[in-house]
Write a protein that binds this ligand. Sequence first.
Ligand SMILES: *Cc1c(COP(=O)(O)O)cnc(C)c1O
Length: 389
Amino acid sequence: MPNHPITDAIRIQTERTNEMEHATPMFLTSSFCFDNAEDMRAAFADETDDNIYSRFSNPNVKELTDKMCVLEGAEAGYATASGMSAVFASFMALLKQGDHLLSCNSIFGSTHTIITKYLDKYGIEYSYIAADEPETWEAAINPNTKMIYLETPTNPGLDIIDLEFAGKLARKHNLLLNVDNCFATPIGQLPIKYGADIVVHSATKWIDGQGRVLGGVIVGKKELIKEIYLFCRSTGPALSPFNAWVLSKSLETLDVRMERHSGNALYIAQKLEGNEQINWLKYPFLPSHPQYDIARKQMTNGGGVLCFELKGGLEAGKKFLDSLKMLSMTANLGDTRSIASHPASTTHAKLTEMERLSVNITNGLIRISVGLEHKDDILADIMQALAAI
Ligand SMILES: *Cc1c(COP(=O)(O)O)cnc(C)c1O
């Protein structure tokens, strides 16, 4: 009987140098030697899966992707230098000139830039669909539509998209479903179970979980991953063996970390809901969340991020950040240390207010990535900053 994926994420070791070491060593090498010319020929002819060169494959990188495949329930995987190179490779390898991409409108900022600025330049058409209006999606499908791209929960608004609905729509119209599973992690939700063909990750966030390294992972159907692998092998967004070693080690604790992150986040969301400085607060596992039922159906926990809107708008948002004593003011999320961000004055400041509102980023929106500090210390810092506005 196969192990539970959580056991495999701890115990899979792709390669070791000898019998003595318990932990996987680092394979900090750019290339690999062969014993004879015939073995080398066979490797180059793809007749074996021997390592050749670390742009193609490396034991540390393979360990990470093997673990991610069992966690996500995927056939194959490839790891890249960052989440963005994973997203970009999934588009470039699977779309061509004349194809049409249907993307959810609330997506990570750099993904939005790839779609609007670069895909367009290469003749790949796109339309945005509203995350919270799935009834409008089918009408947006064109004869040349090839892929649906989604993020759920969305960043920073935490909308939940029904993956079962998306999976059925993709099958009905013979489209590829590509899901960015960064926010939920495979501990929180399994998009492939609902029909996703490709799952992309920024491993920089919860997978590393300690704010140390950048990385990206793509998993999915074997034939699709093969195309992505061939694109990456030639264009070079390879993950460094060192980063892969860190990320593979991090997967050993992903399940326990997500349990605590989501437990802390739920506790804080419950305590803050109804606070007089706040218009509304969103957390996927609070019954007040507009898509609570969908979240409960497809997620095993509510994740580590919550968001709320301050009544005082832009100025209150800046005052809130300035009043925090412990939470970090930084652009990352998914760290042991709790982080607060105010998208309207930082990550999304270049958008007009209208553009921000179209993706539900209001002036008073605050996003909290809840860390592993004691929950009452995190709560106390947020409460005192709210009181200081
Ligand atoms: C951070 C992030 C990315 C990009 O990942 P990098 O590792 O920073 O390149 C993509 N999608 C989501 C949802 C993210 O939060």
